[in-house]
Design a protein around this ligand. Structure first.
Ligand code: IPE
Ligand code: IPE
Ligand code: MG
Length: 253
């Protein structure tokens, strides 16, 4: 591992929550003359690698964008194959997550997923809910705009029921209605495959996230690649609208 890939020693420089837009499975397969589904299959392996790599590197929460609300527009065969892979993955991981104390959570319109997938998700999230050290969040049938629309609807219902008051409508109040209620915002958002867009991922929650784009295709994304992203993150200064001098008054003198 090169110097660049070293894990930062100062734990405060390690992102607590890393979110990844896992992209490039199709291109990975195409480069090898394989069907796209083979790229997705290898992508699942990369999910396993990233899950444990993030924990080893000191990350507390890892969110993986696995299926977007827009991905239903792909060819029927590909969508079916992806759902099949998801089901297989969840069947295999249930035991592993319990053994390794990985808490599984989800964000997205879970009710729109096939019933078999929903059942496995319900079982896995229930059986791992008491783990507190490390959380894997799967974004499934997720779209940020859908999330805001769903939250607005729930918030409006709460207003009508009188459990929320219009005058209290702050971000803190409203954000309780997002899928991510109770989760910390992502500190670092990574996108693989060289694309430099957000594709409707965590638009609200990533308001002050650091972004990291890498040309590595998702099936090839390794622990060293994650370490490199974290090392890059650790060299950045997050200013939240303030000045560098305000953040480091002594060093600025
Ligand atoms: C990411 O890989 C996986 C999903 C979006 C489900 P892609 O399938 O988007 O791969 P490319 O972008 O076609 O290479
Ligand atoms: C984003 O990748 C969604 C996921 C990684 C699940 P896409 O491949 O679907 O994004 P676009 O279509 O290139 O923006
Ligand atoms: Mg893609």
């Amino acid at each position: 591992m090169s110097q660049e890939c070293q894990v930062p020693q100062d734990p405060s420089q390690t992102p607590r929550h890393v979110a990844i837009i896992m992209d490039g499975n199709g291109r990975w397969a195409k480069q090898r003359g394989l069907p796209r589904i083979e790229g997705h299959r290898r992508g699942v392996e990369a999910v396993r690698t990233a899950t444990y790599a993030a924990r080893d590197l000191g990350v507390k929460m890892l969110t993986l964008y696995a299926f977007s609300a827009e991905n239903w527009n792909r060819p029927k065969d590909e969508v079916g194959a992806l759902m099949g892979l998801l089901e297989l993955y969840l069947k295999k991981e249930l035991e592993t997550f319990v053994r390794d104390k990985v808490r599984l959570q989800t964000i997205g319109r879970i009710e729109g997923l096939p019933s078999g997938v929903q059942r496995l998700l319900a079982a896995t999230t229930a059986e791992t809910r008491h783990f507190t050290d490390y959380t894997l969040v799967l974004a499934l049938n997720y779209g940020a705009r859908t999330e805001v629309a769903d939250a607005a609807r729930a918030y409006a219902a709460a207003l009508a029921a009188g459990t929320e008051k219009p005058g209290d409508a702050t971000w803190e109040c409203f954000s309780k209605y997002l899928y991510t209620a109770g989760m910390p915002d992502p500190d670092l958002v990574i996108r693989t495959s060289g694309e430099t867009r957000v594709s409707n991922f965590l638009l609200m929650q990533a308001a002050y996230a650091e972004f990291y784009f890498t040309p590595v295709l998702w099936p090839d994304f390794s622990k060293a690649d994650l370490a490199a992203a974290i090392a890059d993150f650790s060299r950045r200064e997050r200013r939240y609208g303030m000045t560098s001098e305000q953040l480091k008054p002594a060093a600025a003198k």
